[in-house]
Design a protein around this ligand. Structure first.
Ligand code: SF4
Ligand code: SF4
Length: 551
């Protein structure tokens, strides 16, 4: 496929991928102990369902999905639960590695709802980014028609090679995982977008593509440029489609998944294996044995880096993720989670702290590299001035925090830091607004319910009086009958409210994974409660009517 389309801007930072892509993907030794945070996905934290002292196998559910946007958590080693707190669960291993798997499914023969349920119960989340629960993403077809599934194998950020090695070793399996998702979302077309700096993975994919695939797959090799792996940038590059501002790829009929997620999907469906491990790139000048490893979730970063030959005196900082978008770890006693794709153990010379910031010289360099065609300079002024109206008008939330603007800024202004702070402040404001709207909604619903109950009470009273006045046991007139029509309308409205709340929640969670969803989850729970009440009232009214009509 030619690169006929393009996105604006972009940069060419040193790739430094060679350090970790020269050795085969291997398994790390089984950890003696794991610590599993309850929040390792976007949305609500999982809710523990085990207690201290419980015996668990690999794959035992230890925390359940809580709310709509959330994900289950499974034991990643066999042993005994040693700690359950409000934030994490720890397990002491028994060294046996005993597994508890779900029954295998032949995905070609099972209904979509069974596949969705399998993704849900296996705790699968997006392994390339924010950890969005895959079972919710797959339900996108309830609101959108999807024509294309994009396999995002660009892996454009320096240092990271986890997808590259995953594809070299598991190209067939990744493509089969893609077929499962294509079946679920109804995509007629699959496109793999991969940068041209991964020749071995490209060869492996070419080999795998010779096998017959139910949904046709196209391999698109694109030029290496950061950040071509951004969803919007890749969709533009591959399909010449523009995801609208504030929108999702589904708005233009596209769904994106990364290779690691597709492999996890296949393991969950075909092998009944929940998400208990992932591929992590271990790299940086402060370790002597860089490479990619299969790592059990919950393994300590310190243990992992020590196994890779950590040179502690040389270590300056460990970054989780890549150097452009990753975050420095405050402590090595941090566990690997579903979101840990790379750990860079960097020396001071390798990733030195940025020079002191100086004033903006209005050179326009930042604007020329922005892949979203934003105005980073203006966003910087408005962020520092806390001019929220202007930040919204200049589309702050379209910023993908790629760091290209900070990278080229000759004044060394930490532009992305400014944007992140401004986004956090605006998110808080949005939560306050949502809370106020929620309170108003609940008040209005309560008033409507009280009015309806009063009207029903009056109707029953009048019916009783009319019954007493009747000379014989005549059936009630139409006007005396329970208001079935009104209840049906109320029931339909409550059902629509649930659908609307689900849709809003899924959209907000995907648009802005860092937005707190507490209030939206509460709105959904309220809408579900209202629906249950409406169902009960309707059922009671139907029963009452049938009693009245029976001789
Ligand atoms: S690159 Fe830096 S100095 Fe140049 S306009 Fe942008 S913010 Fe100002
Ligand atoms: S961090 Fe945001 S503003 Fe800066 S280049 Fe990337 S998308 Fe543009």
């Amino acid at each position: 496929m030619s690169n006929a389309f393009d996105f604006p801007g972009g940069i060419y930072p040193p790739e430094r991928k060679q350090r970790s892509n020269q050795s085969a993907l291997i398994e790390t030794p089984l950890p003696r102990r794991v610590t599993l945070p309850l929040q390792q996905h976007s949305g609500q934290p999982a809710k523990p369902c085990v207690a201290q002292g419980n015996a668990v196998k690999v794959g035992s559910v230890i925390a359940k999905r809580e709310g709509m946007v959330s994900s289950a958590l499974h034991a990643s080693i066999s042993g005994t639960v040693s700690e359950v707190s409000t934030t994490q669960i720890s397990i002491e291993g028994d060294g046996q590695d005993e597994w508890l798997r779900l029954p295998p499914l032949v995905w070609q023969n099972v209904e979509p709802h069974a596949l969705l349920e399998r993704l849900n119960e296996s705790g699968i989340v997006g392994l390339g980014g924010a950890g969005f629960p895959t079972h919710i993403k797959a339900r996108v077809v309830e609101q959108h028609t999807i024509h294309t599934l994009v396999i995002n194998a660009a892996e454009c950020e320096p240092y990271i090679t986890a997808d590259d090695l995953t594809l070299r070793h598991y190209a067939n399996e990744v493509l089969e995982g893609a077929q499962i998702i294509a079946k679920l979302c109804g995509a007629q077309h699959i496109v793999i977008g991969i940068e041209d700096n991964k020749p071995e993975a490209i060869d492996a994919l070419k080999q795998a593509l010779t096998n017959s695939q139910p949904v046709p797959v196209e391999l698109a090799v694109i030029a290496t440029r950061y950040p071509s792996g951004g969803e919007r940038q890749l969709i533009k590059k591959l399909l010449d489609l523009n995801v609208p501002s504030g929108g999702l790829p589904a708005d233009v009929g596209v769904l994106c998944h990364n290779p690691g997620t597709l492999l996890a999907i296949l393991h969950a469906v075909r092998d009944g294996q929940p998400l208990v491990s992932r591929v992590v790139t271990l790299t940086g000048e402060a370790i002597t044995q860089p490479g990619n490893r299969w790592v059990r979730l919950g393994t300590s970063v310190r243990e992992l880096l020590e196994q890779a030959g950590l040179n502690t005196p040389e270590l300056h900082q460990v970054i989780q993720g890549g150097p452009m978008m990753g975050t420095p770890l405050l402590t090595l006693d941090t566990p690997v989670t579903k979101l840990t794709n790379c750990l860079i153990a960097a020396t001071l010379e390798e990733l030195p702290p940025p020079p002191a910031e100086s004033p903006c010289i209005r050179c326009g360099e930042c604007e020329s590299v922005c892949p979203v065609a934003l105005l980073p300079q203006q966003l910087h002024w408005y962020a520092r001035a806390q001019d929220d109206a202007k930040l919204e008008r200049y589309h702050l939330f379209d910023c993908i925090e790629c760091g290209a603007c900070s990278y080229v800024c000759p004044s060394h202004i930490p532009l992305v830091v400014d944007y992140r702070e401004a986004k956090s402040r605006l998110r808080l404001q949005r939560i306050e607004t949502a809370k106020a709207e929620h309170a108003k909604h609940r008040f209005e619903f309560r008033q409507a319910r009280l009015a309806r109950e009063e009207a029903e009470k009056q109707a029953r009273k009048q019916a009783r009086q009319a019954q007493q006045r009747r000379p014989s046991n005549t059936a009630a007139t139409n006007s005396e009958k329970v208001d079935l029509r009104g209840l049906r309308i109320a029931h339909a409205a409550a059902k629509a409210s649930v659908k609307k709340a689900e849709k809003t929640l899924a959209r907000v969670a995907q648009e802005d994974p860092k937005q707190s969803l507490d209030d939206l989850e509460m709105q959904l729970a309220t809408a579900q409660e209202n629906l249950k009440a409406a169902e009960l009232q309707l059922a009671q009214a139907r029963e009452q009517q049938s009693n009245e009509e029976s001789p």
